[in-house]
Design a protein around this ligand. Structure first.
Ligand SMILES: [Zn+2]
Length: 125
């Protein structure tokens, strides 16, 4: 049995699970802080939880959230938002990371070695 949450409620819960505060979630989703609080009240009620932390736990246990950490803040995180069907521009760290990636800035976070860039490897300047 999987309690029904709206996509927006799941997103609020996901961000809570990732450790974001109410004001941070509000900023990421372009909502008022009070609206985030309202969503959380509904989530807690729907999941029969005692509070939002308990709701995160119950959601992970029941499969509403998969519990896996989501990568944020770089091109890979940006791409992951797209694969999940989300608007990556709603995630400020990923959007900033993507802009840096597009500008050719060095992304310091774990780069996958699968993508070689011969023009950089061969450039002898
Ligand atoms: Zn992100």
């Amino acid at each position: 049995m999987r309690p029904e949450l709206t996509a927006r409620q799941e997103k609020v819960l996901q961000l809570r699970a990732e450790g974001f505060s109410g004001p941070q979630i509000a900023a990421a989703l372009h909502l008022a802080v009070a609206t985030v609080s309202y969503h959380e009240t509904v989530i807690v009620h729907r999941l029969n939880a005692r509070n939002i932390t308990h709701a995160v736990f119950l959601a992970c246990r029941s499969g509403i959230l998969d519990g896996r950490p989501q990568r944020h803040g770089d091109h890979a995180g940006y791409q992951a938002h797209i694969r999940r069907g989300e608007d990556p521009k709603l995630c400020p760290p990923c959007w900033a990371g993507e802009r840096a990636y597009r500008n050719g800035a060095k992304v310091t976070r774990t780069e996958a070695p699968s993508q070689n860039r011969p023009e950089k490897a061969l450039g002898g300047a």
